[in-house]
Design a protein around this ligand. Sequence first.
Ligand SMILES: [Fe+2]
Ligand SMILES: [Fe+2]
Length: 275
Amino acid sequence: MVSTTPEGLQIRPRHLDFDLPNPLPRHWHSGDAFKSHLFDAMSVLFPDGERFFIDSVRQFRDQISDPALKEQIRGFIGQEGHHSREHLEYSNRLRELGYDITRIERRAQARIRYTQKKFSAKRQLAATAALEHITAIMADGLLRDPKHLQGAHPELIRLWRWHALEETEHKAVAFDVFNQVCGNRKLLRRAMLMGTFFFVLDTSRGLAHMLKRDGLLWNWRVWRDGIRWMWGKEGVFRPLIGTYLDFFKAGFHPWQHDNLELLYRSRAEFEPQPV
Ligand SMILES: [Fe+2]
Ligand SMILES: [Fe+2]
């Protein structure tokens, strides 16, 4: 049974620089408001969310003696820290377009503060492991199926694919730390239900805000096409239902979804090209 990150898989941050268009085209994804703002709404949550993930794992760092996992934790922290910085830049571009990003950030920060104050360190880590599963299955979808980003601005495609690749590389790190220091599956499942609820809520609120500013909140065509794009036959989220639910199975581990080959294939995009 798969129970750790595959041996030999290196988790190292790539210090890439992204040259995000300035100003950011409002509808950078195929001229489509819904698609662009769904990605935007998730992106705005990342800087604070990923810092929370880092803090949650860091609290247990000293309890881990396995040198391989210790090394993976270092890679995980490096990758998430870098994601956080790049997505902050992205948030600033959105702010410059007139969206109230600060309000969305404050809401996320208040929730994180509450979680850190009221919940035990183990529950915080469980929430991290759960949310990392959500990011991992979305990342797999993005890497596997280029059509999800087809027609988008090339630099944003690069940013999202880079993030998706690194989420795949470190998808089991928080989970493995949780397994070593706690392992309570009931806690993990509860954290997943709660994490899913707030992730969907916050993303939807961000999306609705940006559509409202664009004057498109009540445009039924935008919603019809958007919902079809998410949940229709070829929808982005539809294939993720099964892998999402696998998290609730006894003995689940993120690497039971073996996408190592996809990972190595995607890595080639970010390897320095011969001159
Ligand atoms: Fe990340
Ligand atoms: Fe992550």
